[in-house]
Design a protein around this ligand. Sequence first.
Ligand code: RFL
Ligand code: PHB
Length: 396
Amino acid sequence: MKPKNNKLKTKVVIIGGGPSGLLLSQILTKENVENIILESRSRDYVLNRIRAGVIEHGSMELLLESGVGNRLLSEGSKHSGFLISSENNEFRIDLNLASGKSVYVYGQTEITLDLYKALDQSGTEIFHEVKNISINDIRTKNPQVNFETSEKVYQISCDYVAGCDGSKGISKNFIPKEKLSFQEKNYPYKWLGILSKSKPVHKELIYANHERGFALASMRNENLSRYYLQTNNNEDISAWPDERIWDELKKRLPSKFSSNIQMGNSVEKSITPLRSIVVEPMQWERLFLAGDAAHIMPPTGAKGLNLAFSDIYYLSNSLIDFYRTGSTSTLEKYSERALSRVWQTVRFSHWMTNLLHTTDEKKSVERQFQLLELQELSINLAAKKALAESYVGTPY
Ligand code: RFL
Ligand code: PHB
């Protein structure tokens, strides 16, 4: 029998220790707003999850202000453009068209590590491998969060709860169903990702539109490449040995790049379905949702992590404002402010996904429209500028 009811008290309980939860904790801790993180996985598992790589200008600034951006600036690489190819021809999107801004290539894994180091230094409490979280009394001034570890059963009383537990998290289940709307779109393809110890094929990212399907050549550093391939929804990772992936990448990237591709061993391989989901509202009483817990989108625009960070910007500011002034007026506006940026970003990710992926019907009207739009984008400066502005991220 586990000992019962170890009682704790804090201001904000953060459910989920991914990038959203860790960054929220870091910003609150810097402002002396006490908080506790509850994470269902082990620290090692969280630190080894390979995900995002492209960091918007605003995310870089937010990380710097939060005291965790120095390594991003010294070890990440600044990218002022990327290539789009259509069959064998490519053109460049100059990100400087967006008021001179750039993006940074720096792995989500590294950001998570930087955040853990900062939180260790400040002594923030993080419980790992927690189970059976329940949120109670969320409509009162004194919500309670119950959970278990392998040794003990805990109860934390707090002022607010932040649900930062990703798309499969449990926080949103504590909002009455009739209060929530889920808007969902599933795409008819998946992304197969491979991380390989090899020199990237080009110094900038290449988004490749090809009749065989979309491909993306990305990187983590000059010795670590990250590639993605569009696959059918019914495909399994076991059907994709490394050789087949390299073969397919060579076919989909323009020949001047694919002839240089270095085929290193894969360090990680994964397959992800593509979906857009928006949960509204992002607040109910004293429970706030942020990051993937509230929205996910296809990774084509490199937006998920960046959008999670803009939520955290709004949420942390609102909480800090409450603890400074006692007024809940900015907290009450959180959901509306966050959602306006969410919808813009989900729309952009959807547009970029449709522009670059192909369906089985190669001669369809959609394919003709797509090729025309790519051709237009390759020559139209206003269209390039609009894409650059969305890609570096709208200000918040
Ligand atoms: P996360 O990262 O899912 O973290 C949620 C955390 O909550 C924990 N958790 C729980 N904890 C306690 N109790 C429970 N019941 C829990 N259930 C879950 C989980 O273990 C986890 O630690 O959500 P967060 O923090 O909101 O961060 C979001 C980002 O991870 C995500 O949006 C990005 O990775 C998306 N994404 C990209 N975003 C970008 O901005 N740029 C990119 O280049 C980019 N590339 C990508 C991506 C996502 C990808 N996949 C795998 C979906 C590329 C890919 C392939
Ligand atoms: C990545 O490097 O993981 C990456 C880059 C750009 C994207 C998505 C993922 O659009």
